[in-house]
Design a protein around this ligand. Sequence first.
Ligand code: CP
Length: 302
Amino acid sequence: MKNRSLVSIDDFTTDEILRILDLAGEFEKTPSQPLLNGKVIGTLFFEPSTRTRLSFESAVSRLGGRIIGFSDVSNSSVSKGETLNDTIRTVSNYCDLIVMRHHIEGSARFAGEIAGIPVINAGDGANQHPSQTLLDLYSIRKTQGSLENLNIFMVGDLKYGRTVHSLVMAMSRWNATFNFISPDELKMPDEIKMYLDNLGLKYYEHSDFTRIISKADIIYMTRVQRERFPDPVEYEKVKNIYVLKNAMLGNTKESMKILHPLPRVNEIARDVDTNPKAYYFEQALNGVYTRQAIICSLLGIK
Ligand code: CP
């Protein structure tokens, strides 16, 4: 994996993904060790972030590396009209690896092609969020004991939610069954369903999941992505369409876990937080170990 970029989850083979998950497990045991001494990591966030940026920065800091970058384009020369090309070509001279979030789909692929150093896609528009996927896989394997043959429920904004697009592609390697729960306006895109069709994998689409919730191994809730709606009126119509409440969880499997990439708005009621099936804050913590594993793998650091 040395010197490669992580732009799409499909950039890595199944063996490579499993090696990253195993390495993340090692980092969970020992998160602070001086493996990145002398390394500089650039974090370029053209869109807001809490977890992704701070867990990357925590991951690097705990390994003794240094961080440069910006979390607000108004503090960078992007605000003066600098192109993505010029920003990447410049910043790649200053660091060993770039972590980038950008609103344009395909921007991370472009950056990876011109940077000359590894680029990690920290989310490109509604397209992909592969480091989130790796921490999701880590969380699923840790809680379920295996990635094989799981019944994955994905709920909410399946159209604009990049985390579910990446996660479907990843989980398809382990014979998952998918239940996609969304309103008509926010259905899983056809290209993702075609991806599953080509692999012969089963998926089902629903507008409600209360009657089938007992079958879920993982319920992956998502936020309705207000910032990606062309029309705010359309957002208002669907913004609170699914709210997972504690009272709905009585008839669920003992081993079932609720994941959410976060941030949450209203889609998980606060009374779920204390249910042992709620796993989203631990999931966010797993992001530190997984991102330590990704960075070390791409920099070829053992
Ligand atoms: N999961 C995730 O991408 O969260 P942030 O937007 O806070 O980085």
